[in-house]
Ligand binder design. Sequence first.
Ligand SMILES: C[S@@+](CC[C@H](N)C(=O)[O-])C[C@H]1O[C@@H](n2cnc3c(N)ncnc32)[C@H](O)[C@@H]1O
Length: 265
Amino acid sequence: MSIDNYKNVNKQTWNNKVDIHVASDFYNVSDFLLGKNSVPKIDLELLGDIKGKSILHLQCHFGQDTLSLARLGAKCTGVDLSDKAIEKAKQLNEELNLDAKFICCDVYETPNHLDEKFDIVYTSYGTIGWLPDLDKWAKVISHFLKPNGKLVFVEFHPVVWMFDDDFTKIQYHYHNEKPIVEEYTGTYADQNADIKTDYIGWNHSLSEVFQSLMNNGLQIEHFGEYDYSNYNCFNETIEFETNKFRIKHLENKIPMMYSLMGRKI
Ligand SMILES: C[S@@+](CC[C@H](N)C(=O)[O-])C[C@H]1O[C@@H](n2cnc3c(N)ncnc32)[C@H](O)[C@@H]1O
């Protein structure tokens, strides 16, 4: 598999996952349609009062979180590489009678599709691992933020991505040494789903994240690390409190997520 083709490989993978994700207990679309907000508390606290604010949501998948923010009164635009995900997002937007906009494109290409500045850029959980170059990512974020606008970014911790699937050994580099090219059976939202996907991803260290944002005009105002995951998307987990998951045999010994707030200066 050629790395140069990573966008097509990953687009195919994400397109193949959409129907399974929409039908999964993990995404729980039925409760969302009944009004449940899908955005985790950590993210909501960092986002603050979003009523009337404009939000650009990068890598929005099929739009559930984007639309949850729209229901709280924000003017939202969601961007994603997967045309199937964007099609579903638009359908949900219509069904719920909301006014979110959705654009299908690569994150790096967003400035060619959208001519607007935003109060907030938001992106979360399983995003930067699909992107080879964080400097390009940070440039896009900076481009779209109004002066004094903020980035809210919540992500799985790079330490989590160092382990093998069952968290028995260190298998991958902490630093971005090389692309990770693999085949995966099932999906994080439904481990038993009858689906095999190829993917090409990258591990990004915290210094890479910080440096890329600082190099592109963002001042870091908040950084947090968490010894649990909001989502039950890994193997060998235990739910030690409602919606807080850890790897059973690792207890609270590793960081599993981080949150960051950056301000455009
Ligand atoms: C794990 S999901 C997003 C997480 C989101 N919090 C969720 O669960 O709904 C990752 C998303 O990134 C998108 N994606 C992957 N590579 C991308 C790229 N180069 N540009 C834009 N979106 C991309 C995928 O299509 C997918 O919808």
